[in-house]
Design a protein around this ligand. Structure first.
Ligand code: PLP
Length: 415
């Protein structure tokens, strides 16, 4: 079944609706067309012993239990989103969190939950989202990081390595990591150090519509659900798709650290999945058109977009179903021209975040990657003259008119 059809079916399909109907519901009421939102923080019971069994199961990391017990242990609305997302990623399960960063934090904690309980060494490839970079570089959660190029991942793996983390396409340069090649290096290195090392992929920019990392050898797929999965700029969330074994560990971390996705967020993210394929497709078509026009504008030094001008075209074809709708470009004249462009836009919103139905622009060096040290930023391509554009659903001619006038005027005043 095509991914588009699957997205709608998992979000609207039989188990979601029919399974939700309480057995005691009167048949005359019919089956709700739209699933409900369960906001309860606690769940009543008749016998303590039976709810204790449910509690034991959930504390062990079970997917569900006869009684949800307490919302920090389980919530049916959030679980509905998790089940749908897992199916879209081809994973056994997924675990949702309050934000992408809450998901990444839980992942780092869970990676240290092996028998030793020690905080692991992490191998990671730059660039990644600035918050992720900061979390790893500061070692705030007790982890130690080795930043390496993608073709050096295997060499960097040590006996205490607990995780490899990559982001593809990467924020904000749109660099791609060849997942098949990295997974192969990790397998070889795992044999060398005597234990398998999990590969986690932040696939936020691609969404499950354009890329399924598990099919390419990854163990865990992370999304900032705040972006495309929600799609309308009104919900924060994060989610990790993985094996049931990893999901159990992540649920245990979530219930103790409390980085829960609120049920309203679960509802909105589940609803977002229904229009995800069509949003991704339309936003991507707009981005593809803008990329070509930006590339021939005299104020633009370079454009970064998966497969653009033949770069990584083979890799895009092998591991993605399309380039997506986030792009970045460098302007002539440095940071002042970049700022001049942003200030002159009248339709496009200057704001951080991405993946929404409206177009957003920002300078990563100033904002999303501000927390990354300047040398690391520059060496990973996050220069001061770089602008990141998340292309929305507006008419492409309106978007181009806005970009063109801002670029031309900013460049004219810089020259
Ligand atoms: C690729 C990527 N991963 C993770 C995050 C963190 O997600 P959140 O802002 O939902 O915590 C972001 C945020 O911009 C991101 O762009």
């Amino acid at each position: 079944m095509r991914i588009e059809t699957t997205a709608v079916r998992v979000a609207r399909g039989e188990p979601v609706h029919r399974g939700d109907l309480p057995e005691s519901a009167s048949p005359e009421l019919g089956i709700p067309h739209v699933p409900g939102i369960d906001l309860s923080t606690t769940y009543g019971f008749h016998r303590s012993s039976s709810v204790a069994e449910s509690m034991d199961a959930l504390l062990e990391g079970a997917h569900d239990a006869p009684n949800s017990v307490y919302a920090r242990l389980h919530n049916p609305t959030v679980a509905r989103f998790e089940d749908a997302l897992a199916r879209l990623e081809g994973a056994d399960a997924s675990v949702a969190f309050a934000s992408g960063m809450a998901a990444t934090s839980a992942l780092l904690i869970a990676a240290g939950m092996e028998e030793s309980g020690s905080r692991p060494h992490v191998v990671a490839v730059r660039p990644v989202y600035g918050g992720t970079d900061h979390l790893l570089t500061t070692g705030m959660l007790g982890t130690e990081v080795s930043w390496v190029d993608a073709d050096r991942v295997g060499e960097a793996i040590r006996p205490d390595t607990g995780l490899v983390l990559v982001e593809t396409p990467a924020n904000p340069t749109l660099d791609l990591v060849d997942l098949h090649a990295v997974a192969h290096q990790i397998r070889t290195a795992g044999a060398r150090v005597g234990s398998p090392i999990p590969l986690a992929v932040d696939s936020t920019f691609a969404t499950p519509i354009l890329q399924n990392p598990i099919a390419l050898g990854a163990d865990l797929v992370l999304h900032s659900a705040t972006k495309f999965l929600g799609g309308h700029g009104d919900v924060m969330g994060g989610v990790i798709a993985c094996s049931e074994e990893w999901a159990g560990r992540l649920r245990q971390v979530r219930m103790i650290t409390g980085g829960l996705l609120h049920p309203l967020g679960g509802y909105l993210l589940h609803r977002g999945l229904q229009t995800l394929p069509i949003r991704v497709r339309e936003q991507q078509a707009n981005a593809m058109e803008l990329v070509g026009r930006l590339g021939s504008h005299s104020a633009v030094r370079s454009v970064h977009f998966p497969g653009y001008a033949g770069n990584d075209a083979g890799l895009v074809a092998r591991q993605m179903r399309g380039p997506g709708s986030v792009l970045s470009f460098r302007v002539h004249g440095g940071a002042s021209t970049a700022e001049g462009v942003v200030e002159r836009l009248t339709l496009i919103t200057p704001a951080v975040s991405l993946g929404s139905v409206d177009t957003l622009i920002q300078a990563p060096a100033l904002l999303t990657h501000r927390v990354v040290g300047v040398d690391d930023r520059v060496s990973s391509g996050v220069s001061d003259d770089l602008l990141r554009l998340s292309v929305g659903l507006e008419h492409v001619e309106d978007l181009w008119m806005d970009l063109e006038q801002a670029l031309s005027r900013a460049w004219a005043s810089a020259a």
